[in-house]
Design a binder for this molecule. Structure first.
Ligand SMILES: Cc1cc2nc3c(=O)[nH]c(=O)nc-3n(C[C@H](O)[C@H](O)[C@H](O)COP(=O)(O)O)c2cc1C
Length: 392
């Protein structure tokens, strides 16, 4: 992909990674991704905002062929998919300074071994004149690392938001065209990496609220030339109370836990509670993370294996705990053969969740009528709790 003009002397640079299917060795990328960098040629100085994943260095360098001089490299975020090519950029532009937050300076030195003398820290709200264009730096910690910031181009009302508002989508079109598709990808992205930092993200949203923004240019996915909806979506994901939804990740080796899961799903549905099932043998954990944004209740379905939960349900529980979702109720269901510590182990893994643990339902072998009655009781309790809390 060649560089693309956004406005006079403002360009999208970067790489579309159509083939990548896994990010951070963790999250699936069903739609690939992109690494977006931006070039701003002011009347006096030139700034390059972020870079690309090191695997895509050649693409970035071919786009910079005609750019003889870069005065500033703005590093919004140290993660290597944005910063990894900075050492090579500094070889090509040895006079360039790397501008970052104070926390970013340390992280860039740690992660890329950048020399201290090339790094210049910028304060929150500080501006940088490129001549006829002015960049304002706004610190936005924990979106999604501690050092992150965004840049606002005052004359053109463009917010360069880095991972904030980003989505993993490979697309040939620069601007968002299919809002529903990008909403889904951005929500998935939010669930995967932003969810634990809701409180501070809310403060960062407030910080940006008064900026007149015509374009949001993130570091992954398409550019928003009608940005209001994605800001609203973030507000919703951050601030909206949990919804009347049970997220149910489960495993069943021989079918007994699955019968329990299906019974509970039917019972909840009859009581007006929405359910999303995630069979962990086939599930895309990005989808699970996305569902956790909204869930009021999480029920883990696990058979007992080697005296504890099935390792895949332990993994999903560990992940859910790390993502610190809004869920206020948790329960455990599952089948066992003779005994073990499934409930104790899973309950001990959710210390981050400020959630009430509802009476688990375990059964020996195949579920029978008493198990179904207990599951109906659990469904009653969940429906009642959701009603009492006004979850819709
Ligand atoms: C590899 C393996 C290990 C197991 N370990 C235990 C165990 O430690 N304690 C226990 O109570 N049951 C154990 N079981 C029995 C299962 O928990 C039991 O068969 C249960 O009904 C399986 O539920 P499912 O049909 O949903 O897979 C084990 C089963 C397997 C296959």
């Amino acid at each position: 992909m060649n560089k693309r003009k956004i406005k006079e002397n403002i360009y999208w640079l970067g790489a579309i990674d159509w083939d990548r299917r896994l990010f951070d060795s963790l999250v699936p990328l069903p739609d690939g991704t992109s690494y977006n960098a931006y070039l701003i040629e002011g009347s006096e100085k030139t700034a390059l905002l972020d870079a690309v994943d090191p695997a895509m260095t050649d693409t970035l360098f071919s786009q910079l062929q005609d750019t003889a001089k870069v005065d500033f490299i703005i590093s919004h975020h140290t993660e290597q998919d944005h910063s990894g090519t900075i050492p090579l950029l500094l070889e090509r532009y040895p006079n360039a300074k790397v501008l970052t937050t104070p926390r970013g300076k340390t992280l860039l030195m740690d992660h890329l071994h950048l020399a201290e003398e090339v790094l210049v820290t910028v304060a929150d709200g500080e501006t940088l004149s490129l001549g006829d264009k002015t960049l304002r730096f706004i610190h936005t910690p924990w979106v999604h690392w501690p050092e992150t910031m965004v840049s606002y181009l005052e004359e053109d009302r463009i917010l360069f938001s880095c991972d904030f508002f980003g989505s993993h989508i490979a697309a040939s079109e620069l601007y968002v065209q299919d809002q529903a598709r990008v909403y889904e990808a951005a929500k998935r992205y939010f669930g995967e990496i932003m969810l634990p930092f809701r409180a501070v993200i809310s403060k960062n949203l407030e910080k940006l609220a008064d900026l007149p923004v015509d374009i949001i240019a993130p570091s992954h996915g398409q550019v928003y030339n009608q940005p209001d909806w994605i800001v609203e979506a973030y507000r919703d994901w951050v601030l909206h109370p949990p919804r009347n939804l049970v997220v149910l990740p489960f495993i069943s080796m021989h079918g007994s836990t699955r019968i329990m899961v299906d019974h509970l799903t039917a019972a909840l549905t009859e009581r007006g509670v929405q359910v999303e099932l995630f069979n962990l043998t086939v599930t895309d954990i990005g989808k699970l993370a996305m569902a956790l944004i909204d869930a009021a209740t999480i029920v883990v379905g696990s058979p007992t294996v080697l005296a504890g939960p099935h390792p895949l349900t332990a993994y999903a529980t560990f992940l859910a705990n790390a993502l610190r979702p809004k869920a206020q109720f948790v329960s455990i269901i599952g089948s066992y053969g003779w005994g073990g510590k499934t409930v104790e182990t899973l309950a001990g893994m959710i210390t981050n969740l400020k959630a009430e643990v509802l009476e688990p339902v375990l059964c020996k072998g195949l579920p029978d009528q008493s198990t179904f009655a207990a599951l109906d009781q659990l469904a009653d309790t969940i429906a009642q709790k959701h009603r009492e809390n006004g979850f819709q």
